[in-house]
Write a protein that binds this ligand. Structure first.
Ligand SMILES: Cc1ncc(C[n+]2csc(CCOP(=O)(O)OP(=O)(O)O)c2C)c(N)n1
Ligand code: SF4
Ligand SMILES: [Mg+2]
Length: 300
């Protein structure tokens, strides 16, 4: 039984005054994640825009306990927290490991892979803004091909985005889900579900970043919706390596057979301004191939 946005808890865990940029997708998502997980949550995060959101010690707008770990060690830090809670009989707490794409796809991969293989009891969320944003928009292995960043400033990135979701699927975690900050119902329900499952739970969360992607701050929700409506992001979940279940908008798109052209997602973003028609066609082809594969796995 899923919860609608009108039924979300009134309690807020992010108070006014975060230091993220205007229009950032991250606090939108984080607000609903914490509503779903509740006050008995301990967050561990490395250096990233989430650290900026958490503020400068001793002040913070976030009303749950948090640890700021080093860049490559989010899953190691979460493993330590899970072990400590178990040893002290406080397993009613949820450990939430939360890192960016740089801190996950690139630098955090070994600690996360090891912890996931050991079925360590935590929720790991990679919020993906597709570059090292906090330090000035450097490309990461999550940056899509065709995107401009400060380290691919003249020639857009040539390599495709690393398929990190597949890498995590190969670990057969207790729960794996993909979601996006523009779909609060989908996001909330996936975290509420993950909370009640034991073992490693991995969530890939797409968060549009107006500063790094080059779109007006008022369009954050719209860009996230376009990511899903064009099939660039597909909303789904998998439990223990079982069949995949499409959710929300992606499920209704699969049923209707309607998907918007990727150009509608690419054109409003400054980072894709150097994409040629040939490159856009290639991007469309990649998105179509992945969409077809996921539809097949979901039984469509
Ligand atoms: C070992 C190490 N290398 C580099 C840095 C500098 N650094 C801090 S935040 C950051 C970018 C993080 O990118 P990502 O994980 O994608 O999170 P985002 O900033 O995009 O939210 C970098 C490179 C660091 N803190 N530690
Ligand atoms: S750089 Fe992007 S992700 Fe980071 S705080 Fe600003 S808008 Fe948010
Ligand atoms: Mg990032």
């Amino acid at each position: 039984m899923s919860t609608t946005i009108m039924e979300f808890p009134d309690q807020e865990y992010i108070l006014p005054g975060t230091r993220t940029c205007a229009g950032c997708g991250l606090p939108i998502a984080y607000r609903y994640i914490l509503k779903a997980l509740g006050p008995k949550t301990i967050v561990t995060h490395p250096a990233c825009c989430l650290t900026i959101l958490h503020g400068i010690y001793p002040r913070t707008p976030v009303a749950v306990n948090a640890v700021n770990n080093t860049f490559a060690s989010t899953a190691a830090s979460a493993s330590g927290l899970a072990a400590g809670l178990k040893a002290t009989g406080r397993e009613d707490y949820t450990v939430l490991a939360m890192a960016g794409d740089g801190g996950t796809f690139d630098m955090g991969i070994q600690a996360l892979s090891g912890a996931a293989e050991r079925e360590t009891d935590f929720i790991y969320v990679c919020y993906d803004n597709e570059a090292y944003m906090n330090t000035g928009v450097q490309r990461s292995s999550a940056t899509p091909s065709g995107a401009l960043t400060t380290t691919t400033a003249v020639v857009p990135k040539e390599q495709p985005k690393k398929d990190f979701i597949q890498i995590m699927e190969a670990h057969h975690p207790a729960y794996l889900a993909t979601t996006c900050s523009s779909f609060p119902g989908d996001l909330y329900n996936k975290f509420a579900k993950a909370k009640d499952i034991r073992g490693t739970r991995f969530v890939h969360l797409m968060v549009p970043c107006p500063s790094g992607w080059g779109f007006p701050t008022r369009d954050t929700v719209k860009i996230g919706r376009l990511a899903v409506e064009t099939g660039v992001v597909v909303l789904y979940e998998v439990e223990r390596g079982g069949p995949i279940r499409l959710t929300g908008k992606s499920l209704s798109m699969a049923r209707s057979g309607r998907k918007r052209p990727v150009e509608e997602y690419l054109r409003p973003q400054g980072r894709f301004k150097k994409m040629t028609p040939e490159r856009i066609a290639l991007f469309q082809q990649e998105v179509d191939q992945r969409w077809a594969g996921l539809l097949q796995r979901a039984g469509f």
